[in-house]
Design a protein around this ligand. Sequence first.
Ligand code: SIN
Ligand code: MN
Length: 264
Amino acid sequence: MELSAAQVRHYEEEGYLFLPDLFAPAEVARLRAELPAIFAQRREENVREKTGDAVRSAFAVQTYNPVFAGLAHHPRLIDPAMQLTGGPVYIHQFKVNAKAAFDGDIWQWHQDYGTWARDDLMPEPRALNLAVFLDDVTEFNGALMFIPRSHKKGVIEAGHDTITTSYPLWTIDDDTIRKLVAAGGLVAPKGPAGSGLLFHCNLVHGSPGNLSPFDRTIVYISACHVENHIRRFKRAEWIAHRDFTPIEPLPDDCLLREAPPARP
Ligand code: SIN
Ligand code: MN
């Protein structure tokens, strides 16, 4: 799938691109059907919320679940990733963020590349997130907020927050956020399950907790140009992958085939 020149320009200028209806209801249903068994697993890749047993992030699901492996090789995600980074990509990180009804905690303001540069020594911000909504995302269930154009600021000073949530993050202070929002404003892309959202790895983002009775499940595939692979293996392999093999996109109907898609 090729993005139009206007879509590429929007991504480059604003730092993100919202693609409503990227996946059909039948494709979303196939992915959603896998979630209860994934979240029920007691494995280190399933990071739970600080306050209880709800899964916050299920990492590396594509390494053991064939349906999510199909999503990780989907041409509607991987083709745009190659187009926007200018070449073949590998998957640096893969996570399903559940943001469960009532229990889903905040994500503090941050840039993903801030962590990838500081912790993983990824050389350049030549990477992006490919997000797919597996639930409807509304004003009630903790939508992701972006500061448009903040990706043009480079890596912003950040502090390592190991306390606020169950997941350590390099977070940006309130004064800096105030200034960035005064310049760029805020957007919170909302839409039905199946929507796609691509965003630059330096775009500043965060999300509030989910007080609503509606889950807000989003899958995030972090795709990086193969030449820009990480240089330090400090974090666990399931958080920062070390297989830099270029992803070969599968056929467009890979999520709807009878047999599960081929493993990577
Ligand atoms: C993230 O920034 O990695 C996740 C944010 C969210 O799922 O709300
Ligand atoms: Mn992030």
